[in-house]
Write a protein of this length. Structure first.
Length: 131
């Protein structure tokens, strides 16, 4: 595992978020796994981003509020958002996914439409990590 700096940004329903994290990176074959910890008003959340290929990214968040999402262009993922109050249905339709890597820098950008308990929002996320 390598130590790295992760620069993350997202927009969900018009709410912007930007932050940097200390992360660990594990690379095996075509799969790059990035693990970092978020600390906010919801507590401590362990996050794992798996860049499986140039066209598939999976995100797992584990904590008091947990979820798993998959991103692939023109793909609809259906799952659950785990909360202390029960499970909430979640869907994510990936409209665009760009993965690029050169000279030790991995960059991912995604645009997607999500539905959480039926409320639909336009979202995006992206990150840059220096490996």
């Amino acid at each position: 595992m390598l130590k790295a700096k992760l620069f993350f940004h997202s927009s969900a329903g018009g709410v912007e978020f930007r932050k940097s994290y200390e992360a660990t990176v594990n690379e095996k074959a075509d799969k790059i796994t990035i693990i970092y910890v978020e600390i906010d008003e919801n507590g401590v959340t362990e996050c794992e981003i798996a860049v499986v290929s140039n066209d598939f990214v999976a995100v797992r968040r584990t904590g008091e509020f947990s979820n798993y999402l998959e991103f692939k262009e023109n793909y609809l993922y259906k799952g659950e958002y785990q909360t202390p109050y029960g499970e909430i249905p979640v869907e994510a339709f990936t409209k665009k996914l760009c993965v690029s890597r050169e000279k030790g820098v991995l960059k991912v950008d995604a645009e997607y439409k999500s539905s959480l308990a039926g409320e639909v929002t336009e979202n995006n996320f992206g990150f840059l990590i220096k490996i």
